[in-house]
Design a binder for this molecule. Sequence first.
Ligand SMILES: [Mg+2]
Length: 312
Amino acid sequence: MLTTIDRAIGCMLGGAGGDSLGAAVEFISHAEILKRYGPNGVQDLQPAFRLPPGVITDDTQQAHAVAEGLILSALDGNSTESIRGRVWNELKRWHLTQSDPRENRSPGGTSMGSLSGQRSGTLKDPLNNSDSCGSVMRVHPVGIAFAGKPDEAFRIGMEVSVLTHGGSEAVTAGGAMAALISSLCDGSTLDEGLAVMRLLINRIGRSTLPITTSVLDLPVGANERRNMDNIGSGWDADDALAMGIYAARCFPTDYLEGVRFAVNHSGDSDSTGSMAGAILGATLGPGAVPRQWRDCLEGRATLTRVARALVP
Ligand SMILES: [Mg+2]
């Protein structure tokens, strides 16, 4: 029987593992992936950014920053303003590290642009209209911090997203991902978590996140590769979340096959891998992540520490 702490650690390490698997193939086509890594595509962690296998990208770096902000805000009462301020400060701290070539892992343009300014975005006064996936790829720690409170996770996931991303799909996807992780960390099955997430998305409006909501009913078990290619490329928040969810739905009991499926395409492989990995890690616990991956993931001790500290 998995505890919430098990699920939290699974979520953080699982997300990092998917991110790391996708790191080497983020900017290459599916055809090129097959040429380089064989007919099944990339199967195991690879060197990237001139660093050894296990290297993480900006997705996990920012998720870590969000986690640190949430841990601090829990100490002062977890008000929305405290969360926004603390997470913004930690993201700004991360932004400063990006001038160091050893820390720079191809960060997304929207986050970098927003974090170079002095003011954070709000729901009433967003900084831009970007719908890129930089919002949703970093919010799984919100789901851990609000485990078992998907409504609250949804709301805070949106607040954490709009700090840098002002597009309505980017903001809502951040809320949806946080709500899903919240349910999973409380012991819900994947199907149960997705059902709650769908209700919360519908509460925002039926035209919201059309791609994510469409994959909830997409068949699994046949034509999965073709279905995945038809979903999109993962550069935007809605299709990235949809691809992460679809990969998890196709391999609900197999972390490794789920993240492999999530990264082997022509799009934003590390972000879709990170999201599939966070979802499957929260569902299956850290034992589902291969031991050799857990032993070499960059920042694994820190990610484990913050996962424990995030659990309410
Ligand atoms: Mg990345």
